[in-house]
Design a protein around this ligand. Structure first.
Ligand SMILES: Cc1ncc(COP(=O)(O)O)c(C=O)c1O
Length: 420
């Protein structure tokens, strides 16, 4: 069981919503810092352990700066994410570049930044070489295929588009070595939002087996193994958070066994996003309308442009009504946004305390893959992001978009002389 909490009192929340129009995302700095320590402690047995925060989860430079201060590297998947890292002074091997279907200029930028480049396919070896020359260190992403069971979001590994097969990895590392690459890393990520700790231990075990095999057959030593992200969070109150200590201990036992069997000691990396910031971010929205037809609809001033996961994956996000927390949840409703898409619903058949227009609702666990997935379809604008600092103050870390932002890519001057 996980208690769904919100870090502000009802009065403080109302005050904040007067200052910053809803909807907005709010993140809790001290909770993020506490969680970071848990993750680092779980893997402290590995002297080179490093988490590379998956920037795509919450690409906000203020949050990234906090994580950088905790020793995290950054995992990027695109040129803008690389540039974001550069802006906060994260470069070199503090960057992991795990991309797929990658354009040449993104490889070139990653190489210029001396990032760890993680290749998604064997054909990317000559592609990278042609684009900008091979760096001294190269990492390759393994897709274990049928060796590993699937997961609802990422799908079955053998049907996922990511990574090399085992045979391609052997051939790929051999080729990289022949071409003069001196330093090697390996990566895998086969789960998303996985709550079973054993899943990560088993993944590490098969990855370490493969490392031993490749080290021997190709004659290389791996400097690091990146076991990816995908650690889930308890979106539903009846779920439990992943026992990180158990994951850390299980991976340690596997690591020790493999090192005893001849695998050269290596640094362990993770690239989690969701578990780092997810539970410590909330989407705050106000009830705009209550509509009663065949069902009861609670219409918010937020929509799937602010949090797409329920519409995209049918994902559960807990919703609370802080000012009515002590009332019975006797209103059965769908909680909707205003987009012209019938799947623009934060919840279907959810029981809430009887709400009215003007009430503030809190949508939990929106701190990762939340604001980041925002889009402008239907002319819906992305909301602000606020940070609750450790001293209790709240600071804006991203303003809300304006109509000018929406129009920014259009040339209205050109329109004046455009003949229709
Ligand atoms: C390559 C890669 N690394 C890391 C992550 C982060 O995953 P999560 O936020 O579930 O930990 C993702 C998520 O899409 C990913 O694609």
């Amino acid at each position: 069981m996980t208690q769904k909490t919100f870090p502000l009192s009802v009065e403080r929340l109302e005050e904040l919503a007067r200052l910053y129009p809803t909807p907005f995302h709010l993140y809790d700095e001290s909770a993020i810092r506490k969680n970071v320590r848990r993750l680092k402690d779980a893997f402290a047995w590995n002297p080179g352990f490093r988490e590379y925060f998956a920037v795509k989860a919450t690409p906000n430079p203020y949050l990234m700066k906090i994580l950088k201060g905790q020793g995290f590297g950054m995992d990027c998947s695109s040129l803008p994410e690389l540039l974001l890292c550069e802006k906060i002074g994260v470069t070199g091997e503090s960057v992991m570049f795990t991309s797929n279907d990658t354009p040449a200029e993104e490889f070139a930028k990653a190489k210029e930044m001396e990032a760890n480049i993680n290749l998604d396919d064997i054909s990317h070896i000559p592609f990278l070489e042609k684009a900008c020359g091979l760096p001294e260190l190269v990492c390759c992403r393994w897709n274990p295929g049928p060796l590993k069971g699937g997961n609802a979001i990422i799908g079955k590994p053998e049907e996922a588009k990511y990574g090399f097969t085992r045979e391609q990895l052997v051939e790929g590392y051999r080729l990289l070595k022949e071409k003069g690459v001196k330093r090697f890393g390996i990566h895998t990520m086969v789960a998303s939002n996985e709550l079973n700790p054993q899943y990560f231990i088993d993944t590490a075990e098969i990855l370490f087996d493969l490392m031993l095999e490749i080290s021997r057959s190709v004659g290389i030593a791996f400097e690091f193994a990146n076991i990816g992200g995908g650690i889930g969070i308890p979106y539903k109150p009846e779920q439990d958070a992943v026992d990180l200590e158990r994951v850390g201990e299980g991976v340690r036992l596997s690591y020790d066994r493999h090192v005893a069997a001849g695998l050269a000691p290596f640094r362990l990396y993770t690239e989690c996003g969701r578990m780092v910031t997810g539970p410590y971010g909330w989407l705050v929205a106000r009830v705009r309308h209550i509509k009663r037809t065949y069902k009861t609809y609670v219409g918010l001033d937020a929509c799937m442009a602010n949090l797409m996961r329920p519409a995209l994956y049918g994902a559960y996000h807990h919703i609370s009504v802080p000012a009515k927390a002590d009332r019975p949840a006797d209103m059965l409703c769908d909680v909707t946004g205003s987009l012209c898409e019938n799947n623009d619903k934060f919840a279907i058949d959810r029981r809430l305390p009887a709400v009215e227009p003007g009430d503030l609702l809190v949508i939990h666990d929106a701190g990762a893959h939340g604001h980041a997935m925002g889009f402008q379809y239907n002319g819906k604008l992305r909301s602000a992001e606020l940070l609750l600092r450790e001293d209790g103050s709240v600071v804006p870390i991203r303003r809300a978009e304006t109509v000018e932002d929406y129009f920014a890519t259009l040339d209205f001057e050109g329109l004046k002389t455009f003949q229709a």
